[in-house]
Design a protein around this ligand. Structure first.
Ligand code: CMP
Length: 143
């Protein structure tokens, strides 16, 4: 079954939005197979966001994501990478549709509450950065 990496950013944790965000994924029908607080080191942040290294906002992005704990999660389900991105909404909250996480809960592109992997390959890479294989749970009952 497909898996994706979703991370509630420091703004979402401080604004106590974990429950709100987790609920949206659960209600959609996805299964939370791992979740934990992590305070990212600069090195981990730079690895995770490596594809943005040449962007002008890279320094700001790393400073922000290391500024406080994030809530790191792995979600599982059919087409979960693509559907999670739909639930999350456009990167810039100003362009995110109402009903999406960013459309409902955010206004700034830097503080856009949540990150979701953009492809199956990115998801596998990002899950490996944050979780050991034995941290992922298996659901035994169909649902
Ligand atoms: P995310 O999905 O975590 O992937 C990369 C992040 O870079 C993105 O969400 C935004 O939060 C951030 N980002 C994109 N554009 C800008 C920008 N112009 N200034 C600051 N951060 C940005």
């Amino acid at each position: 079954m497909e898996r994706t990496y979703v991370m509630i950013k420091p703004d979402g944790v401080q604004r106590q939005l974990i429950g709100n965000i987790v609920s949206r994924f659960e209600q959609k029908g996805f299964k939370l197979v791992a979740g934990k607080f992590v305070t990212l080191s600069k090195e981990t942040a730079e690895t995770h966001y490596g594809e943005h290294r040449e962007r002008p906002f890279f320094g700001e992005l790393v400073d922000f994501i290391t500024s406080g704990p994030v809530f790191a999660m792995v979600w599982e389900g059919e087409n979960v990478v693509k559907v999670a991105r739909t639930l999350i909404g456009a990167t810039n909250p100003a362009e995110a549709a109402p009903g999406t996480i960013r459309g409902d809960l955010a206004v700034q592109v830097a503080m856009n509450v949540v990150h979701g992997s953009d492809s199956v390959e990115s998801a596998n890479r990002e899950i490996d950065i944050f979780f050991r294989a034995d941290e992922l749970q298996a659901y035994t009952k169909a649902g």
